[in-house]
Ligand binder design. Structure first.
Ligand SMILES: Nc1ncnc2c1ncn2[C@@H]1O[C@H](COP(=O)(O)OP(=O)(O)OP(=O)(O)O)[C@@H](O)[C@H]1O
Ligand SMILES: [Mg+2]
Length: 236
């Protein structure tokens, strides 16, 4: 069953055309990855899905509704949560306070408490650091916090924009394992990655973007085996 359908999406920044008619879909339960060079339009697409940018034209259909007309807060309320590129944890606030911001929609105290417990179960280091200023966490811990915050609303669809960026090789493995596990437990995932090889290895399907357009699509293994993808994205 299709969970999210992006149709003919066009997004401009003033006169700059960043996304030039992109279409793709995400089925329930899938990991779908968007790969592409710097400036291909990946972050623009994620921000448009989450309502932070309004497209010039096109549709984003989720649960029979066009998200294009909705506010970012409504989109989060409908179960779509994003981990923005570059993490964006709130400095000067503790780990707990950062997680609280993720739970802003949960008026129910018991539900919010359960969400903290689940995040702490998954990321025990965050529990240890819960009263510490988030700015003092290591890069990898900050990425866990950013993911943990997105999980506080128990999203149906999780948008991850370059979760492995700036992490050590060991930590990259851990982040990919976490993504796989979240998916195994039922969260549908849109994964944006520069790290194309590892993204395709865990993805059900992928789309290759080049300068604002979909160039190629296929299953993760088809794209991994594609000679053009190998040449451009795996360095030969
Ligand atoms: N606020 C903005 N104002 C003007 N142009 C922008 C703005 N944000 C992005 N762009 C341009 O839109 C294009 C797409 O950018 P986007 O950030 O979506 O790319 P990306 O695929 O996420 O790249 P990266 O892999 O480097 O994160 C780029 O040419 C970029 O310069
Ligand atoms: Mg980007």
């Amino acid at each position: 069953m299709v969970m999210l359908e992006v149709k003919d999406l066009v997004v401009n920044y003033g006169v700059i055309q960043a996304v030039k008619g992109v279409s793709f879909e995400i089925n329930e339960g899938e990991i779908v990855t968007l790969i592409g060079a710097n400036g291909a339009g990946k972050t623009t697409i994620v921000k448009t899905i989450s309502g932070l940018l309004k497209p010039k034209s096109g549709q984003i259909i989720y649960q029979n509704e066009n998200l294009v007309r909705q506010k970012a807060s409504q989109i989060v309320g409908a179960g779509i949560s994003q981990v923005a590129e570059g993490r964006h944890i709130f400095a000067g606030m503790t780990v707990m306070e950062n997680l609280q911001l993720g739970a802003f929609l949960q008026n129910n105290h018991d539900e919010a408490k359960k969400s903290y417990e689940e995040v702490f179960d998954r990321f025990p280091i965050l529990k240890k650091r819960r009263n510490q200023d988030a700015a003092t966490l290591s890069g990898g811990e900050q990425q866990m916090l950013a993911i943990g915050r997105a999980l506080m609303i128990k999203p149906k669809l999780l948008l991850l924009d370059e979760p492995s960026m700036g992490l050590s090789p060991l930590f990259i493995q851990e982040i990919f394992a976490i993504i796989k596990e979240l998916n195994d437990r039922g969260t549908t995932i849109l994964l944006i990655e520069q790290n194309a090889k590892q993204a395709l290895a865990i993805a059900d399907r992928g789309y290759v973007l080049a300068t604002g357009k979909v160039q190629l699509t296929g299953t993760g293994s088809e794209l991994l085996a594609n000679s053009e993808v190998q040449r451009v994205y795996f360095g030969g």
